[in-house]
Design a protein around this ligand. Structure first.
Ligand SMILES: [Zn+2]
Length: 274
């Protein structure tokens, strides 16, 4: 259950139908994962809309994928939409792939860290239009960087190759980039609403939509948001729950739901402090 109760800033003008906020969180079943997805605890209705909508990442770059010059705006259903100054409505992130998940190779030497071994795969859904090598390199950097969980938790990440995985090797954490549609399926019964990522079972499910568009908490720096996305969901896999901003103006904790609110902190993608 998320400790955060602050709703995200709503955005007017999409016409999207927002699901009704839950009156109270449902009782967790025995087979339900321990963590809520990284989703706003509630989506406000139209009565809560401000007069001027907050703006998100710039739409000019390929990262945001709008193919226009302007600012993205957040819809009521938590998705981004181009503002009026945009000339294209291309979202930049397909809603679905083939549904087939493929384990991809991770290039680079093994980690020199010592500590408890955590075996991981990098997996990508087919049909997403992403470069699997780039995805693998980003995940590897997030996991093996000296600012990462290896330093914080004294673990050693060991990659399980596609061949080893096919042969039935044990995998502790499957870092999986999935389309919004598949994310919803992999995260069920958690409700990711095609917008956010989650941890479920042994999977750190990275929602392609956030991978491509990033989030306004990290501004235009989508690459930095991806590091956060990996570290946050893998953090759940290592047993960490959500945290809140410890002090205004300081770097956020990686287990904060930075996609929803920074709580007065500054965006920070690493498990260790700067
Ligand atoms: Zn989380």
């Amino acid at each position: 259950m998320s400790p955060q109760t602050t709703a995200p800033g709503p955005v007017a003008g999409s016409g999207a139908t927002a699901p009704r906020p839950r009156a109270r969180p449902p009782r967790r079943r025995r087979d339900q994962p321990a963590y809520e997805p990284d989703l706003p605890p509630e989506i406000p209705d139209s009565r809560a809309e401000p007069r001027s909508a907050p703006t998100g990442p710039a739409c000019g770059g390929s990262a945001a994928g709008c193919g226009c010059v302007g600012r993205c705006q957040r819809r009521r259903d938590w998705s981004w939409s181009p503002s009026r100054s945009c000339t294209s409505t291309r979202s930049g992130a397909p809603g679905h792939g083939t549904g087939r998940i493929r384990v991809v190779p991770v290039a680079g030497p093994a980690s020199a860290a010592t500590g408890r071994t955590v075996r991981y795969t990098v997996e990508v859904e087919d049909g997403l239009g992403v470069d699997a090598r780039t995805v693998a390199a980003t995940v590897r950097k997030a996991l093996l960087d000296r600012r990462g969980w290896q330093t914080k938790d004294l673990v050693r990440f060991v990659n399980v190759t596609p061949a080893q995985s096919a042969a039935g090797a044990t995998v502790d954490i499957r870092v999986t980039l999935a389309s919004p549609e598949l994310t919803d399926r992999l995260c069920a019964p958690l409700q990711t609403r095609s917008e956010v990522s989650c941890w479920n079972g042994t999977r750190a499910v990275l929602n392609l939509r956030r991978w491509v568009l990033g989030d306004d908490s990290f501004g235009r720096d989508v690459a930095r948001y991806r590091i956060y996305q990996v570290n946050h969901e893998v953090g759940h896999g290592l047993g960490h729950g959500h945290q809140t901003c410890p002090r205004r103006g300081t770097p956020a904790l990686v287990m904060q739901q930075q996609t929803i609110t920074l709580g007065g902190c500054q965006a920070w993608p690493w498990p260790t402090r700067p």
